[in-house]
Each structure stands twice: as structure tokens, then as C-alpha cells.
Design a protein around this ligand. Structure first.
Ligand SMILES: Cc1cc2nc3c(=O)[nH]c(=O)nc-3n(C[C@H](O)[C@H](O)[C@H](O)COP(=O)(O)O)c2cc1C
Ligand SMILES: CCCCC(=O)C(=O)O
Length: 399
């Protein structure tokens, strides 16, 4: 932990940067290519301003929300990020315990360095220790679809058995984005760690990330990770995969990585249960829009038929407020979890989530909202509106 307690998410980042080995820091922090989208994800939030309402009783603020059929304590969940044991020996277990303690949703990566069964048990132990009637923690499993469908099917079946409540299918990664630092570092997983979900199904050798093998599109000189993706992950996926998944599981299906109205409408047509607007933290296609800028069109494409969540660039409670004002039902956090994990394991992640929750609650109070349904489109003002287009042209007043 830093010598003084972090007072904002950025403090966790500075502390983690000083603690992590280069290979791990670069992998966690990088975006693709020139990292325009990575920067835009945060900068675009900063360009949105609030329209606070006053003289509203905000002495009690209710942050609870529902994600699919689960009630969680606040609309701030945890995105899937691979290989968390590079940050802290307890890795994904610590994140699971922190999420359970904070009563929020954790999405576990397919490429965790702890098996999904061990993570499931870790999340559960916090709750079962003291109060028997507390609900099980909300955990979803993020799925990469392997070329080998038997491998994929095994992952899904194990996720069901381990009690995961939904599948989050990542759809923005037919190949890995070009992350220059990882290429320079020839990034691979440190030798004492494995992609535990694959190793647990007897595919330890597939979880090696050695350069060499099938040529990687766009990578004259690939990182071990990019090579692993090109060897294993199915780049032929189409919307048919949703129907295939439906044929093998009854779990709700969420697609992660939708950025346009067209794909949002297709996702609904193909029967998904929810959408996560995500550009993979700017790690896949550089130059695509920030997620907060893409959110309005995705919301329009969905037209209230399924819930829309968002990740990418959330670093402040006010960012969560802005996303909800623009129509997201909840937000998910990526890198800040890895920084907090590095700094203080489970306690670090709890502190970071608490900090974001406190900031969000204060933003609500200062904007005159005492529950989430009171956060509306009229609470935010976009750069185009600041530039002179009157808000009344964009959102009709509902007084
Ligand atoms: C180190 C790292 C690993 C990630 N691993 C995965 C993954 O395994 N599966 C996935 O769907 N997304 C993965 N992501 C993307 C995140 O789920 C999320 O979309 C992104 O980090 C959100 O942006 P933020 O970091 O600005 O909060 C990863 C992101 C990072 C930074
Ligand atoms: C297929 C990529 C695996 C991990 C990941 O999603 C990331 O590094 O961004």
C-alpha cells in the first residue's frame, strides 16, 4: 500500500506502477497501438458536465440496483480481467472476496490464473461465514469461444456447475489488438502461473503462450499472448454463436464489446439478455470511439428491450453517474481493480470499490438524486450541447 491511504483511484494507479514488474505493468496498463481510444475512454468522461438540481432531500440515498435478476448494492461491478495473480498472489480469489463483501457483481475472465471453481468457493466463503440468509455473491463467467468447441463447451458446463449466474461472451477479440509494449517485452505469463481454467481441464499445454506457430494477422512480431489468441480463439464467430450457446446452456447470455446501434439491434434480435458497451479498455481496435460516446447510440439501438451496461474509463463516481444519466443500467471497472489488487489484495479492492461508491453517492447528493431512477438525461450536458446546441433540442423537458 502507498504510505498514505489512496484518496482517489489515480492514487492506486501510481502506487501499483511502483510495485509491479515491467512485464505485468505494461500488460495491465497498455492499450492498442497509439492508445487514442484508451485515453479517450477517460477524457470523454471529463468533457461531460453535470446539471445539478437543488433543494431535494438527499439525506438518504439508495444506490441499490438490479443486474439481470440480482440486486446489488450499487451500480459498480467488476469487469473481467485476465491473469490477476500477476498483481497479487491471491489474485482472482481476493477480487471475488472483495466483490462479495461489497455485495457487487464480479465477472471472472476465461483467462484467470485461478480456476473458476476456486474463485466460486472464495466468493462464497465470505457470506457463508456469518449470516446464513445472505444471498450468494453475484458472479458471471466471461467466455472466450475457442476454435475447439469441446473446450468451450467444457468451460460453459463447469461455469454452470460452479454456480456462475450468466455468461459474458466477449465479441471484440477475434484477434488480439496490437499492444506495442507487450510485443517489445515478448509478453508471456510468468512461469509459476497458468491459465487455470484451461489447465484444470487438462489443457495446460494450450495455456502456454510461446511465440511461434500460426502467423498472427497484423503482428510481424507477436507477443506470446497474441500468438495464443490466434492459435486458440475462433475468429470465424458470427451471431450464430449465440444460438449455439443457447443450445448448450440455459444461463443468461450477455455480449461484451458492442459499440454501435446496428450491433445492439442485432444482439437483441439474436436474443441476448444484456449488452455491455465496451471497447476492451482501448486494447483492441485503437481509434474506435470511447465507450461513453458510443453509449447513446447503443441505447437507441436497443430501445429498452434489454439492459445495457458499460465499461471503459470509469475512474470517478461522477463517471458512473454520467453513464447512468446516458442510459446505462450499471458500470463495470477494469484496470482500477488490478491496481488496487496490487496495492492491497482483497482489502485494496474493497477500499477502491468503497471509494468509487462514496464518490458516486456524493455525486448523486450534489446533483439532487436520492435513488438511481432519479438520475436522468437532463442531469448531464454533452460537449456538443455546451458548444451551443440548446439542451431542449436534444432532450424535451419533463418537469
Ligand atoms: C489487463 C486486462 C486484462 C483484460 N482481460 C480481459 C478478459 O480476459 N476478457 C475480457 O472480456 N476483457 C478483458 N479485459 C477488458 C476489461 O474487461 C474491460 O473491458 C476494460 O478493462 C474496461 O476498461 P478500464 O480498464 O478502463 O476500466 C481486460 C482488460 C485489462 C486491462
Ligand atoms: C484474448 C485476450 C486475453 C486477455 C484480454 O482480454 C486482454 O489482455 O485484454
Amino acid at each position: 500500500m502507498a504510505t498514505s491511504k489512496p484518496v482517489c483511484v489515480a492514487d492506486f494507479e501510481v502506487a501499483a506502477r511502483n510495485l509491479l514488474p515491467r512485464n505485468a505493468w505494461d500488460y495491465y496498463a497498455s492499450g492498442a497501438e497509439d492508445m487514442y481510444t484508451l485515453r479517450d475512454n477517460t477524457d470523454a468522461f471529463a468533457r461531460i458536465r453535470l446539471r445539478p438540481r437543488v433543494l431535494v432531500d438527499v439525506s438518504k440515498i439508495d444506490l441499490t440496483t438490479r443486474v439481470l435478476d440480482h440486486t446489488i448494492r450499487s451500480p459498480i461491478g467488476v469487469s473481467p480481467s485476465a491473469m490477476q495473480r500477476m498483481a497479487h498472489d491471491e489474485g482472482e480469489r481476493a477480487t471475488a472476496r472483495a466483490c462479495a463483501a461489497m455485495d457487487t457483481c464480479m465477472i471472472l475472465s476465461s483467462w484467470s490464473t485461478t480456476s473458476m471453481e476456486d474463485v466460486a468457493a472464495a466468493g462464497r466463503s465470505v457470506h457463508s461465514g456469518t449470516t446464513a440468509d445472505l444471498p450468494s455473491p453475484v458472479r458471471w463467467f466471461q467466455l472466450y469461444v475457442y476454435k475447439d468447441r469441446a473446450t468451450t463447451r467444457n468451460l460453459v458446463e463447469r461455469a454452470v456447475r460452479a454456480g456462475y449466474g450468466a455468461l459474458v461472451v466477449t465479441v471484440d477479440t477475434p484477434y488480439l489488438g496490437r499492444r506495442l509494449a507487450d510485443i517489445r517485452n515478448k509478453f508471456t505469463l510468468p512461469p509459476h502461473l497458468t491459465l487455470a481454467n484451461l489447465a484444470a481441464q487438462g489443457q495446460g499445454e494450450k495455456a502456454q503462450m510461446a511465440p511461434g506457430g500460426t502467423p498472427v494477422p497484423g503482428h510481424s512480431n507477436a507477443s506470446g499472448l497474441a500468438q495464443y489468441v490466434v492459435d486458440q480463439v475462433d475468429p470465424t464467430l458470427t451471431w450464430d454463436v449465440i444460438h449455439w450457446l443457447r443450445s448448450i446452456t440455459t444461463l443468461p447470455i450477455i455480449v461484451k464489446g458492442v459499440m454501435t446501434a446496428e450491433d445492439a439491434a442485432l444482439a437483441v434480435q439474436h436474443g441476448v439478455d444484456a449488452i455491455i458497451v465496451s471497447n476492451h479498455g482501448g486494447r483492441q481496435s485503437d481509434c474506435c470511439l470511447s465507450t461513453i460516446e458510443a453509449l447513446p447510440e447503443v441505447i437507441a439501438g436497443v430501445a429498452d428491450r434489454v439492459p445495457v451496461y458499460l465499461d471503459g474509463g470509469i475512474r470517478r463516481g461522477s463517471d458512473v453517474f454520467k453513464a447512468l444519466a446516458l442510459g446505462a443500467r450499471a458500470c463495470f471497472i477494469g484496470r482500477p481493480v488490478l491496481w488496487a489488487l496490487t496495492c492491497g489484495g482483497e482489502q485494496g479492492v474493497r477500499d477502491m470499490l468503497q471509494l468509487l461508491e462514496d464518490e458516486f453517492k456524493l455525486t448523486m447528493a450534489l446533483a439532487g438524486c436520492s435513488n438511481l431512477s432519479q438520475i436522468t438525461r437532463r442531469h448531464v450536458i454533452l460537449p456538443s450541447e455546451r458548444a451551443g446546441i440548446p439542451l431542449s433540442h436534444v432532450v424535451p423537458a419533463k418537469l
